[in-house]
Design a protein around this ligand. Structure first.
Ligand code: G3P
Length: 216
């Protein structure tokens, strides 16, 4: 499973990229607002830090506007992926941008039927939102399983990019469900390395090592 970080915070992106574990980045208008930075400027900077795909979302609601914005965003760097909402206009724009050789990420997916439409429109990625379904008392992970089944049934190449991930448990369940990518907030990504027994074991090893009086 590939790891993307779900943020427009350049310092956080650099920190994860330095470890060599970063496969890509996703942003959305809320994350751009949170960064406090100019959209075009920050996307261009992220693309220069990361070799992998960087999702940048259109804000037009009509297909013509989405296509116009998508072409503009795709021209910023080779690794820009144009993010489009899962609406009728978004699907139309997806089909048109894909025909131009532009990669797309269809976002705000909450059902397998929506995911089926995005795959038929040729989306490079589909972004099912797990946490927001959980918020409604619906098991968001079911959607990842359903999309995996639907895509495998018909050989769709659209990658399942699990989004709205809120916990380490979400990440583990996504991997078990066969998601292609998980886009994860940086603190959740860092938390994956943590385990109480790792900390306790390391502390005990260090105490014993100190008693040997040796150095490496
Ligand atoms: O990638 C989508 C993600 O940013 C949404 O997450 O936690 O706002 O539902 P959340």
């Amino acid at each position: 499973m590939k790891f993307f970080v779900d943020t427009a915070d350049v310092a956080d992106i650099r920190e994860v990229a330095e470890v060599g574990l970063l496969d890509g980045v996703t942003t959305n208008p809320s994350l751009i607002m949170k960064s406090g930075r100019d959209f075009i400027e920050v996307v261009t900077e992220i693309c220069s830090i990361v070799d992998g795909p960087v999702s940048a979302e259109v804000t037009a609601l009509d297909s013509e506007g989405m296509i116009r914005e998508g072409v503009k965003l795709a021209a910023l760097a080779d690794n820009v992926v144009v993010k489009l909402p899962l609406t009728w206009d978004g699907l139309k724009a997806c089909k048109a941008l894909v025909a131009e050789g532009i990669e797309t990420n269809v976002t705000l997916c909450f059902s397998a039927n929506q995911g089926l439409l995005a795959a038929k429109a040729g989306a490079t990625y589909i972004s099912p939102f797990i946490g927001r379904l959980d918020d409604l008392g619906v098991d968001g992970m079911e959607l990842i399983h359903d999309l995996r089944t639907v895509y495998d049934n018909y050989g769709f190449e659209t990658e399942i990019l699990a989004a709205s991930i809120r916990s380490a448990a979400h990440v583990q369940e996504c991997a078990l469900a066969g998601a292609d990518v998980a886009t994860v907030p940086p603190p959740v990504l860092k938390s994956l390395a943590k385990h109480k027994l790792t900390d306790a074991g390391l502390e005990a090893f260090m105490k014993d090592w100190e008693k040997t009086g040796q150095t490496i």
